[in-house]
Design a binder for this molecule. Structure first.
Ligand code: SAM
Ligand code: SF4
Length: 337
């Protein structure tokens, strides 16, 4: 039965909820081999590197799982200046990166106009720009798109509405959906994703998450194992969610064969070589960190966050060993290799 499901998925890029649950519950490793083969066929052997700049750890939100939440008074807050951000962009360009990802908490200091100015300055380089800055009204997203931003990452986190409400005080699932729909409509390459291993999260709801990625026709999907942070309400939730996260990621590859899927830092944090394992199980993107070293440690979403080396030569050596190479394209969804 298991192999029949894999064959059907390979053929039609579609699975029922029942079939997804079966793949999630199985321990069979051939899921990963199948996802890897599909990635090879649709995306080639190129790995896209995205230079990640964590430009602010101020956040107005209070997500129960995140170390940057508003009520965590134990972290030192920082906000990079425009010049500091542009310096990191310049470093990434010198290192031959083709995509910048600006990520941060929901920091309202960064108004629509400030962001637009920054976007225009970054886009003076020949580079693709991804934003990961949370929920904003549609007119702001439109202004960011008009200023030149290409992509946007906003995880749905979980499609279980009851769980979503519990974990996100003063936020709404409906608004999260509205944001994702607006981003798609405005022509952003739109990324979403979920956390795996949240308290009270069920296998059935993870299957719904995967079906949601398909329904949205997400261009990128980031799957992160949930890692408890000591200064959050979920500090006591100890679990290793690596294997299940890998399964969610691999099944996502079956259903959305041509999208971009990162090997996430959270996977590397939970397992030595976690990112390499993910790259061999359906992923094709890595996001090395270009945040200035003095601030890196303050962007503590979860403890012991691994900060991957951003030197292209070192990464290149590692990925050569698994028969892959660094892509020289900007890595849009339609790009092969
Ligand atoms: N504030 C923006 C947002 O929420 O979309 C972007 C930054 S936020 C830190 C990026 C991602 O970190 C979130 O989408 C969430 O899935 C992930 N994250 C937060 N806390 C985490 C934890 N404890 N373990 C694993 N991932 C976590
Ligand atoms: Fe803020 Fe994003 Fe963390 Fe939620 S996940 S607290 S929005 S940084």
């Amino acid at each position: 039965m298991f192999y029949k499901i894999l064959e059907a998925a390979k053929e039609h890029s579609s699975l029922s909820k029942k079939q997804i649950i079966e793949l999630l519950l199985s321990k069979d490793q051939s899921l990963f081999e199948t996802a890897n083969k599909i990635r090879e066929k649709t995306k080639g052997n190129g790995i896209h590197l995205r230079a990640l700049i964590e430009f602010t750890n101020f956040c107005r939100c209070n997500c129960y799982y995140c170390g940057l939440r508003y009520d965590n008074h134990k972290i030192k807050r920082y906000r990079l200046t425009e010049d500091q951000i542009l310096l990191s962009v310049d470093n990434a360009m010198k290192a031959d990166y083709k995509t910048i990802v600006l990520q941060g908490g929901e920091d309202m200091f960064w108004s629509k106009d400030k962001f637009c100015n920054l976007i225009k300055k970054i886009k003076e380089y020949d580079v693709a720009l991804t934003l990961s800055i949370g929920e904003r009204p549609k007119d702001e997203y439109k202004a960011f798109k008009d200023a030149g931003a290409d992509r946007f990452l906003l995880r749905i986190e979980t499609t279980d509405k009851t769980l979503y409400r519990k974990l996100h005080p003063n936020m709404s699932f409906e608004n999260r959906l509205r944001c994702l729909k607006d981003l798609k409509e405005l022509g952003f390459e739109t990324g979403t994703g979920c956390l795996v291993g949240l308290p009270n999260q069920t296998i059935s709801s993870l299957a719904d998450d995967i079906l949601f990625f398909k329904e949205l026709n997400a261009d990128m999907v980031g799957i992160g194992p949930f890692i408890p942070h000591p200064n959050t309400p979920l500090s006591n939730e100890q679990k290793d969610n690596f294997d299940l996260s890998l399964r969610v990621m691999a099944i996502t590859r079956l259903l959305l064969p041509d999208i971009n899927i990162p090997a996430t830092t959270a996977m590397e944090t939970l397992r030595e070589n976690g990112q390499i394992i993910a790259l061999q199980s359906g992923a094709n993107v890595i996001m090395p960190n270009f945040t200035t070293s003095e601030y890196k440690k303050e962007y503590e979403i979860y403890p012991n966050k691994k900060s991957s080396n951003n030197c292209i030569n070192d990464i290149s050596e590692q990925i050569k060993k698994i028969g892959r190479k660094i892509s020289t394209s900007k890595g849009f969804r339609s790009d092969y290799t």
